[in-house]
Structures are given as structure tokens and as C-alpha cells.
Write a protein that binds this ligand. Structure first.
Ligand SMILES: [Zn+2]
Length: 225
């Protein structure tokens, strides 16, 4: 997209789109935001949370990063943007749902099986957050799909290490939702904690519930103790 086209789009938004939302945004300013959902999604440009969920302004508190990863709650208290957003969403916004949304053809998951530029040192470190999901097999479309899904479950389990999340889940105030979005089908597959499967939203009983016990795959392998 040329720079000038970007400017045109900004002007078009202000002139054409914003008037339709003016009252809604002004209410959201005067009364403040009250989103019910923390959505942790991959940064991939093909994942469009507002399209998937039909959400409008003020409904989703969004955190996006490479891979839709959740950093460990390890007491390091650094410049951890995703961890800070989780704390804010739970402790200040009192969200009732946390969604972790991975997707098909995820570059972060693919990178776990390949090379990353040696100059991308932050990225290399960041990808460690998905490494436990990697399968000891040759990289192929099926392995990638399973790894993408396993990575989502891994992040849900890591979320439960955040004391404010665990408290909310155990007290029934927060539900956790693991999603895998298949871009080419336009369908989210929802993690079903009872079966350990990801079920297409068209066939699923719910959009996901927590808490999540250790995840056991069909072959009996425990992903995380
Ligand atoms: Zn991705």
C-alpha cells in the first residue's frame, strides 16, 4: 500500500466510517471501556479478530504478538508487554473471558522447525515460548497443524500460572478459550478440554471453558505436567 493511499484511508475513515460510530465512541469515552474479553492472538495479518467474533468497538481487549504466546509468570518482572496486558485486563478491566487464538499457516510455528535470522535475537528468544509444542517429526503440514494447536494449549496452561488468572478461573469468574483459526476455511476450531481435541465451531458445544488440567494427547503423551 503506497504511503499516500494510507493517508487517503485515514481521511476516508474520519469522513465516512467514523460518523456511523460517533455516538458509540463518545459513550465509550464518557463511560470508559468495559470489554469482557481479553483476546491474545497472533500478529498474522490474516487473523482478523473483529471479523471472527463480530465484535465492535469496546468489546475486545486485544493483545497480539508473534505466535499468540503467553510468557511465563516467572517473577522476572521485565518489559513484558503481553504479561502486563494480562494483568491489566484481569485486575483492572475484570474481563470474564480470555481467548488464546492461534491459526493455520502460522509463521511463528513454522519457524520452530527452521531457521530464524541470527540478527533476530529477540525473536529467537520469543519463539522459545512455543518450543514445547514441537513434535519430534519431520516438518509437514499435519505436524504444523498439530503444533499450532499444541502451542495454543501450552499458552492456556501458562495463563493458569498467573495468580490473578488462576484465582478468576477457580472462582468461576473467568473462562479460558483455546482457538485455532483455519484461515482457508474461515472456521475457528475450539479446544475441548474433555477430549483434548480441537472441534470445529460448527460442531462444538461451547466456545471453550476452563480450568485446564494437564493436556494428554491421544497417544497418551502429556504435553505439560
Ligand atoms: Zn501466526
Amino acid at each position: 500500500m503506497p504511503d499516500d493511499e494510507l493517508l487517503q484511508r485515514l481521511r476516508r475513515f474520519h469522513l465516512d466510517a467514523f460518523p456511523q460510530y460517533r455516538e458509540q465512541f463518545q459513550t465509550l469515552v464518557s463511560q470508559g471501556q468495559n470489554p469482557t474479553t481479553l483476546f491474545i492472538g497472533c500478529s498474522d495479518s490474516r487473523l482478523v479478530p473483529y471479523l471472527l467474533t463480530g465484535a465492535g468497538p469496546g468489546e475486545l481487549f486485544l493483545v497480539r504478538n508473534v505466535g499468540a504466546f503467553v510468557p511465563p509468570y516467572d517473577g522476572s518482572y521485565g518489559h513484558h508487554g503481553t504479561a502486563a496486558a494480562i494483568e491489566f485486563a484481569v485486575l483492572s478491566l475484570h474481563v470474564s473471558r480470555i481467548v488464546v487464538c492461534g491459526h493455520s499457516h502460522c509463521g511463528a510455528i513454522k519457524a520452530l522447525y527452521g531457521e530464524v535470522s541470527p540478527e533476530a535475537r529477540n525473536l529467537q528468544r520469543w519463539l522459545d515460548l512455543g518450543r514445547e509444542a514441537v513434535l519430534p517429526v519431520q516438518c509437514c503440514p499435519e505436524a504444523l497443524r498439530r503444533t499450532e494447536q499444541r502451542a495454543v494449549v501450552l499458552q492456556l496452561e501458562r495463563l493458569m500460572d498467573y495468580p490473578m488468572v488462576r484465582r478468576g478461573v477457580e472462582e468461576g469468574r473467568i473462562t479460558l478459550h483455546g482457538w485455532h483459526y483455519v484461515i482457508e476455511d474461515g472456521e475457528v476450531h475450539v479446544f475441548d478440554v474433555r477430549t483434548g481435541d480441537f472441534v470445529a465451531a460448527s460442531k462444538a458445544d461451547s466456545s471453550g471453558t476452563g480450568p485446564y488440567p494437564p493436556y494428554v494427547e491421544h497417544d497418551g503423551q502429556v504435553l505439560v505436567d
